[in-house]
Design a protein around this ligand. Structure first.
Ligand SMILES: [Zn+2]
Length: 347
């Protein structure tokens, strides 16, 4: 695909790809947005390569102190079967040979290719795998609500759609809950370098902060839905009873070299294949196109544009590829597929 086939907005940053409709955006005379200008000022101060190296050393030290100390697993990873989490699994297993377990949250919209990929990657890397699938009734109600309504804060919705935020919130809860219950000291995520900043790439979780974050998210849901979803959240008493064993969260793609083509090539060698039935932003999820569509109609900008603009700015993907990922025509078949399942209730 080339950029001729994409629908580029009239007003767009000449450097990254943030559109004129993005909240708080302003352009200078050269057509560069304020987010790019801010980034240029802060990256003048720190050498990004040096910073990444510091984080790699920090992870080496953390793993040296942690590996082998837990009863069963050193690390649990949130595993969607997409390319970023698959690569995170490969990178950590090969570099550190950790005792790992991959937790897949089956939101009822995981593509069959993603499941095949999960099997191939975990088998090939010799990693244990757990799939957790909540009931269709609760998931359907959550997606049907978030498709219609923005229940989260404006700040959150700059970076992800309402549907995605709700789903990720359950994924994070389930992973942390499992880590606490199984005394696993490290929790891995495959956030791309555009999704999550390097500053949070190695972070000790804190019981009181985790509790208040969970409360903010829970309070965003209407009470009747919380009744449906409560078992996916961390029980309140865990924050005290496990207070001394809260794990470190790690998202290593923020500080390891990230090159989409190379990542896909390395994963292909494990048998991983890019699904053909998903949209340009997800290699595993069949509700993503609809989630994006709902967000674009309500907010006038694509929910992945923040992430992809970050990647373009960091030079991790070309601007043309960024334009294709964000401004390609929406996939009507995928949108209608998800909409239909949420409307008529078919599992
Ligand atoms: Zn920009």
């Amino acid at each position: 695909m080339t950029t001729d086939q994409v629908n580029i907005p009239e007003k767009i940053c000449d450097n990254c790809i943030l559109p004129g409709t993005f909240p708080g955006i302003a352009f200078n005379d050269q057509g560069t947005c304020n987010y790019c200008q801010k980034e240029a000022v802060s990256s003048n101060k720190i050498n990004p390569a040096e910073k990444k190296n510091q984080y790699r050393l920090r992870l080496d030290a953390l793993i040296e102190n942690t590996k082998g100390s837990a009863p069963v697993y050193d690390m649990i990873i949130a595993y969607s079967g997409g390319k970023d989490s698959s690569y995170t699994l490969k990178l950590l297993k090969e570099r550190y040979n950790l005792r790992m377990v991959a937790l897949t949250f089956d939101n009822h919209f995981v593509s069959s290719t993603a499941f095949e990929n999960i099997k191939k990657v975990t088998d090939s890397l010799e990693i244990d795998s757990i799939t957790f699938k909540p009931s269709w009734r609760s998931i359907k109600e959550m997606f049907a609500l978030t498709a219609k309504k923005d229940i989260f804060s404006r700040q959150t919705l700059l970076r992800a759609s309402s549907i995605c935020t709700a789903c990720i919130c359950l994924v994070k809860s389930m992973v942390l809950k499992t880590a606490l219950e199984m005394s696993i000291p490290l929790v891995g995520f495959g956030w791309s370098p555009g999704q999550a900043p390097i500053q949070s790439a190695i972070l000790k979780t804190n019981p009181s902060f985790s509790l208040s974050t969970q409360n903010v998210l829970k309070n965003a849901f209407p009470p009747e839905l919380i009744d449906e979803l409560h078992q996916y959240f961390i029980p309140d008493d865990y924050f005290n009873s496990f207070k001394d064993s809260f794990p470190h969260n790690i998202h290593p793609l923020a500080f390891y070299d990230y090159d989409e083509d190379r990542i896909k090539k390395e994963l292909n060698e494990l048998g991983w294949l890019a699904p053909e039935d998903t949209d340009t932003n997800s290699s595993n999820c069949l509700i993503n196109a609809y989630a994006n569509n709902c967000h674009i109609s309500r907010h006038g900008f694509h929910p992945y544009v923040w992430e992809i603009a970050n990647m373009v700015r960091q030079g991790l993907i070309s601007r043309d590829l960024g334009l294709i990922k964000i401004y390609s025509k929406q996939n009507k078949t995928m949108i209608n597929y998800a909409k239909r399942r949420l409307t008529n209730g078919a599992t």
